[in-house]
Design a protein around this ligand. Structure first.
Ligand code: ADP
Length: 320
């Protein structure tokens, strides 16, 4: 394949720029022409496409967000929109594209692949909710961002002897809460994958108070079916401890990507370009252990990674 495109779609994630850079530079290294498609599938339909060179991806490796920008496209969900996208790609002579995004973006990619375009999916989301890969691009940065917020919140909550409910992102996946909770020493971690018991949460807080603990961090994933403010109120009523809420929200989506995310972005992008160059069929690329892996795109969307209950129990033991 000689001419390829790259787009970022859905929620942005730190490391997307590192992936775009690697797609462009690995493609050029193989003598391919690489086109940047702006604003995801929305820009594809609009023909917002321009050829990239070495310098068009200079000075972006360390930047959060995405220079290609991203969007959610309702038009692309329609048959008409998809047909239009195919016409635009064929007008540019683009035979294969790299889609950097989450599961929605991969589903969109699957539609294109069923219409004759080769699609390589790179897992670009902070949520870590793509089951075929151990980690997604942006997850490690988001965890580190939450971790630094936890340490700031801990200072003030110790001074006032308060409990704090910290709500983090992840949609239906509790991994950000789990990893940031364990490494940040949260006293309670609430994730959608495990049952939620308010009495157990409060018991731990009271036991902590009895042994002179100054603060309590309750790390709650957004996918847990309880409102953070209501949870704080319940905790306050049952423990008598003043309880505040911090919803970290979009703070977690920004920032310079960590070394781990830059590495994952660069390696998966390099693999995507290699597969396009070799005229392989559509794939989703990820990491398993330390190996870069590629699964059939449709199959990848059906793979479920079990929740890491061992880590969850370890976090509980460490915060008793
Ligand atoms: P993410 O990729 O982060 O999961 P979304 O779920 O919002 O984000 O998906 C990004 C875009 O992918 C959507 O706005 C839409 O254009 C496209 N998309 C999502 N699901 C489908 C689908 N089933 N068919 C076609 N396109 C889809």
């Amino acid at each position: 394949m000689k001419r390829i495109g790259v787009l970022t779609s859905g929620g942005d994630a730190p490391g997307m720029n590192a992936a775009v850079r690697a797609v462009v530079r690995c493609g050029l290294d193989r003598g391919m022409e690489v086109y940047g498609i702006q604003r995801g599938y929305e820009g594809l339909i609009d023909g917002a496409i321009k050829e990239m060179d070495m310098s068009s991806v200079g000075d972006i490796l360390h930047r959060g967000g995405t220079i290609l920008r991203t969007a959610r496209s309702e038009r692309f969900k329609t048959e008409e929109g998809q047909k239009h996208a195919i016409n635009v790609l064929s007008a540019f002579g683009i035979e294969g594209i790299v889609v950097i995004g989450g599961d929605g973006s991969f589903r969109g990619g699957l539609e294109l692949s069923q219409r004759g375009i080769t699609v390589m999916g790179l897992p670009g989301t902070i949520d870590n909710d793509l089951g075929y890969t151990d980690f997604t691009i942006g997850f490690d940065t988001a965890v580190n961002t939450v971790l630094s917020a936890v340490s700031n919140i801990r200072d003030t909550s110790s001074s006032h002897e308060r409990a704090t409910v910290i709500e983090v992102m992840g949609r239906h996946c509790g991994d950000i809460a789990l990893y940031a909770g364990l490494t940040g020493g949260a006293d309670n971690i609430l994730v959608p994958e495990m049952p939620f018991d308010i009495n157990k949460v409060c018991r731990k807080i009271i036991q902590g108070k009895n042994r002179g603990k100054m603060h309590d961090i309750i790390m709650k994933a957004e996918g847990v079916g309880v409102d953070a403010k209501e949870l704080a109120q319940l905790v306050e009523e049952k423990t008598g401890k003043e309880t505040r809420v911090v919803i970290l929200a979009y703070l977690q989506r920004g920032g310079s990507p960590t070394a781990k995310d830059r590495m994952l972005a660069s390696r998966t992008a390099s693999k995507a370009v290699e597969l396009l160059y070799d005229d392989e069929s559509s794939k989703a690329i990820g990491i398993c252990g330390s190996e870069i892996v590629a699964y059939d795109l449709e199959k990848a969307l059906t793979i479920k990674r079990p929740f890491n209950a061992d880590l969850y129990h370890l976090a509980d033991v460490l915060s008793k």
